[in-house]
Design a binder for this molecule. Structure first.
Ligand code: SF4
Ligand code: SF4
Length: 452
């Protein structure tokens, strides 16, 4: 027996120790003596032969909670099993649909727009393609047989192609209804065209929320996310959110850079003063991913998993929590959608992508709803299928909740999606925060198995 490699400890000012196992998610406050017991666990009997009854009881609890495992191989097997189960999960079919790459904003960090990079026109899903996407999803429902279909509309700006979005939602709703599958729908939008009418039309088809992007307080947002004509967009977005907030929960997301992160607390204060503050379902900010030579700008993805700019994201999470808004705890961040077999992203022309962060780059499409064989896409799909950057993460205790970080960030920033995109400090600060919330003042230090 031995301590799990996924144990993390935070010594508390009381002398006790806050213990977390990132594989089992067990959390407990142990006395320093009990925690020292973990250090003594080794050998076939776990040192149990020389333990008194109290220590044996503590050891049994540690074992039950996963703090003590049979061997290093047992930890590795559990990790493989966790990622395998996550990958093969059939309880949900998750589909993100980009009904258009067109956008009515001119964000300074974004590659999308009325024309994509190099002057190519931005693609828009036609009604006919939308119908074929719905057929493809119906076929997936028959193959995967999930309990739930999770549809996310993203872009570009999805509200620039509202008819196709609503038609798709309705077609999928019918497919789900006839198969006894629950459908939930959400929209990720810049908010400029958000209206009660659109929300009302989607509610019968399972709309559960809208996510709107704000890049800081009014002045910062208007500079970072102006309309195509250069006009500010903040006031209109806030008014639109106010108009729909009684119909559907609204999540607020934002993309920050080193320069703009400091403007978010003012945004949080502003949001807290709005009538719709109580309807905000989540607030989560993520850093802009700077694109390397493969792209022609920078982008922000649909997902909430990306986390760079470690200190700033930790600061923003704490500021968000301090104001009472729901947000991610910063510890349970992965593995991400990319590693789910039954999670798909579909571009405007029906191309399939590994995740929303890889859209718009045909070089890394992994298929097409038409299903015709394509050696390049098939090879890309195989590459994504084998991605396991966490295998390069050695003894890191956060592997079960990280999975090696965001492959989009690795691809864009490191030029290698197989490399971990490591932001361990974010996990460490989240752990300290969790320890303080759960157990009171900490010593501000973290210990993991490899340091003991
Ligand atoms: S690879 Fe990055 S952008 Fe894609 S789902 Fe994972 S965390 Fe999100
Ligand atoms: S990317 Fe970093 S934090 Fe994540 S598992 Fe690997 S070493 Fe740990």
């Amino acid at each position: 027996m031995q301590p799990s490699a996924f144990n993390v400890r935070v010594p508390l000012e009381t002398g006790d120790v806050f213990l977390v196992n990132t594989m089992t998610d067990a959390q407990l406050v142990a006395s320093a003596d009990a925690a020292r017991l973990l250090d003594r666990v080794s050998g076939a009997d776990g040192g149990a032969a020389v333990l008194d009854a109290e220590s044996r009881e503590a050891l049994a609890t540690f074992t039950e909670l996963g703090f003590v495992v049979e061997s290093r191989e047992a930890d590795e097997d559990a990790l493989d099993c966790r990622f395998r189960e996550f990958r093969e999960d059939t309880s949900q079919l998750r589909v993100t649909i980009l009904t258009t790459l067109e956008c009515n904003f001119a964000c300074e960090y974004c590659y999308q727009g009325e024309t994509a990079c190099g002057g190519r026109p931005a693609a828009k899903m036609s009604p006919a393609t939308g119908a074929r996407v719905a057929e493809w999803i119906a076929a997936q429902l028959d193959t995967v047989r999930p309990r739930r279909l999770v549809l996310t509309f993203f872009g570009g700006e999805p509200l620039l192609n509202t008819p196709v979005m609503i038609d798709l939602a309705e077609r999928c709703w019918r497919s789900c209804a006839s198969r006894g599958v629950e459908q939930v729908v959400s929209i990720i939008t810049n908010g400029l065209l958000l209206s009660r009418e659109t929300v009302s039309r989607l509610l019968p088809f399972g709309l559960v929320g809208v996510k709107v992007t704000l890049d800081g307080d009014r002045e910062t947002h208007d500079r970072m996310r102006p309309a195509r004509g250069g006009q500010g967009t903040f006031d209109r977005i806030i008014a639109n959110v106010g108009r729909v907030a009684d119909l559907t929960p609204v999540a607020i997301g934002g993309n920050f850079s080193a320069e703009t992160a400091g403007r978010y607390p003012a945004l949080l204060d502003f949001l807290g003063r709005q009538d719709f503050a109580g309807r905000i379902s989540k607030v989560a900010f993520k850093p802009v991913i700077r694109q390397g030579p493969a792209g022609c700008g920078s982008t922000a993805s649909a997902c909430d998993g990306c986390h760079v700019a470690d200190d700033q994201i930790s600061m923003l999470r704490e500021e968000t929590k301090r104001r009472g808004f729901p947000t991610a705890d910063g510890l349970h961040m992965g593995p991400c959608e990319l590693y789910r077999r039954h999670s798909h992203t579909i571009g405007p022309d029906g191309s399939l992508y590994a995740c929303p962060g890889f859209t718009g780059d045909n070089a890394i499409a992994v298929g097409h709803i038409a299903g015709a064989p394509d050696p390049v896409r098939d090879a890309a799909a195989a590459d994504f299928g084998h991605l396991a950057p966490w295998r390069q993460c050695g003894e890191c205790p956060f592997i079960p909740v990280c999975g090696g970080g965001c492959a989009v960030a690795s691809h864009a920033e490191l030029g290698d999606m197989n490399a971990p995109s490591c932001h361990k400090r974010v996990f460490e600060s989240a752990l300290l925060s969790l320890a303080e919330e759960t157990a009171g003042l900490t010593s501000g230090r973290i210990q993991c198995a490899s340091q003991l």
